[in-house]
Write a protein that binds this ligand. Structure first.
Ligand code: NI
Length: 184
C-alpha cells in the first residue's frame, strides 16, 4: 500500500470528468487500498480517485465516528474511531429528497478551508462494490452529504463551486495564502 499525493485546487486535473469503470481489475483494488491509506493519513472521511490523479469513477468513504461520545474533556490524542470503510464504484444518485441539509464541508483538495453547502438531506444511491456486486441503499446525514460531495469530484466539481463567486474567490485566496505561508 502507498500514500498517494493529493491534487489540490486550483489544479485543472480536478476538473476532469472521470470515466466509468468497465471491468474491475487488481489494479483497481490496489488503487482502492492506496486511496484508503491516503485518506486515513490525511486525515479525511472521503476521497475520489481523481484527487490522486486517476480519472475513474471510484470513491472511498469512512466517516470514522468516535467510539465514545466526544466531550470538552476528551483528549484528542486518545479518541478512538470506528473504522467503516465503504467503496463506491460508478455511483449514481437515483433519488434525492427535496428537503435540504446544510453541512460545513471541507475537502482534501481544498485543505483547511470550510464552508456551508446545502445538499439534499437524503438520497438513494446505486453503485458497484469492490467485489463487483451492484448495491443500492438510501442514506442520510453525513454519509449522504459525503457521498454527494465525492460524486461531485467524479464530474469535476468541487464543494466551493456550490458557493457564490465572492465566497469561492475568498476560499481560493485563503488557500493560496496558506500555501505561500507554508512554502516560506
Ligand atoms: Ni473533496
Amino acid at each position: 500500500m502507498a500514500i498517494l499525493p493529493i491534487i489540490e485546487a486550483p489544479d485543472a486535473r480536478l476538473r476532469t470528468i472521470s470515466k466509468p469503470v468497465e471491468t474491475l481489475t487488481d489494479d483497481h483494488r490496489t488503487l482502492i487500498a492506496d486511496m484508503f491509506e491516503t485518506m486515513y493519513d490525511a486525515p479525511g472521511i472521503g476521497l475520489a480517485a481523481v484527487q490522486v490523479g486517476v480519472a475513474e469513477r471510484i470513491l472511498v468513504i469512512d466517516l470514522q465516528r468516535p467510539k465514545e461520545p466526544v466531550t470538552e474533556d476528551s483528549d484528542p490524542e486518545t479518541i478512538e474511531y470506528v473504522r467503516e470503510p465503504r467503496v463506491f464504484i460508478n455511483p449514481e444518485i437515483i433519488w434525492a429528497s427535496d428537503e435540504l441539509s446544510v453541512y460545513s464541508e471541507g475537502c482534501l483538495s481544498v485543505p483547511e478551508q470550510f464552508a456551508d453547502v446545502d445538499r439534499p438531506a437524503r438520497v438513494r444511491a446505486r453503485w458497484m462494490d469492490e467485489a463487483g456486486v451492484v448495491q443500492e441503499a438510501e442514506m442520510d446525514g453525513l454519509l449522504a452529504t459525503c457521498l454527494q460531495h465525492e460524486m461531485d469530484h467524479l464530474n469535476g466539481v468541487l464543494f466551493i463551486d456550490h458557493l457564490s463567486k465572492l465566497k469561492r474567490d475568498m476560499v481560493l485566496k485563503k488557500l493560496e495564502k496558506a500555501r505561500r505561508a507554508k512554502a516560506a
